[in-house]
Design a protein around this ligand. Sequence first.
Ligand code: PAZ
Length: 365
Amino acid sequence: MTKDSNEPNGTNGDMAAADYFATNPKPASLDRQSAIARAFIEQHAHEGRRVALVTSGGTTVPLENQTVRFIDNFSAGTRGATSAEYFLEAGYAVIFLHRQYSLLPYSRHYSHSTNCFLDFMTHNVAGAVVVESEYQQQMAKVLERYRKAKRENALLLLPFTTVNEYLWYLRELAMQMRPLGANGLFYLAAAVSDFFVPAERMVEHKIQSSEDFHQETTNGEGERAPAAHMDGKSLMIDLDPVPKFLKQLVDAWAPQSMIVSFKLETDPALLAKKARYALEKYSHHLVIGNMLSTRKWEVLFVSAEGGEKWIRVPATRRTKSLTGRDGDIVENAESREPAIEIESWIVPEVAKMHSQLIEKAKLQE
Ligand code: PAZ
């Protein structure tokens, strides 16, 4: 369900994007969050700090207005949450536009890594709850970085769930970031659906699976059937393409900012080709290509200035023993893990390119 949503929709890309916002509802939270974002951006613009909008996690595609069922994708938000931390470390203020309940900067170290965060805790001799000694050192470091980000008000968390919310937020934040000029950076790591159910083709209530309770499948004469409906015992889903917004972002919403898009593929033969295609088509600054299976240890940078460059971190092999009921080892499972977080190499590269762009913009002033 993901991929390619940052690209225009053929020759009608511009028109479709304008239509989109006229026909799909504005999220109820948008104005309130936008005011918060404006104040955040003003503070950091005033302090001369760069601001990165990091998008992260997957968008959902609801099938019903009162949503019981929706289509989702795999993204956990690892890339976005990890990158956000490195941007903060590099001195950026970060607006973290993320899928609600996906991984967050700092808490990501603890939220999904054990069965329960309480596994990190224990009692000391006096009975007080404390952090287990084996986690103390690392947690102290994370805590210090988290506290610094809070002290400086350098991290703004904005959640989305649906693809509609994501698109409205992206446009709104791009407009708000305009006064930053070249100091603004868009780092679009979210996995955005390519297909959606437009508001006019969305059914109100839960789709009934029982033939005895089937609902009407046409909206009226000349109107298209609801995007999701029952046909006998089968659920039919007929989704529209999401208009492509990268062109709008580059040309109209944020023409002076640095824009980095991501390209995810599963077929290695397509990755470089499609990353080049996106760069040529939209003339933004950088496409970061990654494969689903190797995204944690290699990415491909494609840019007009730097050409094509792989970034690879060493991977370590870890053997995990699976034991049987009597405690005997029945299987040794091997997994490949990156020895370091690849985002710790990606983000400084992006920040370096951003510095060059800012210098260039200054010369043109
Ligand atoms: O969230 P995650 O760490 O599991 O995955 C990150 C990613 C693969 C979604 C991201 O690196 C990416 O490629 N985003 C763009 C996807 C696309 O629309 O092509």
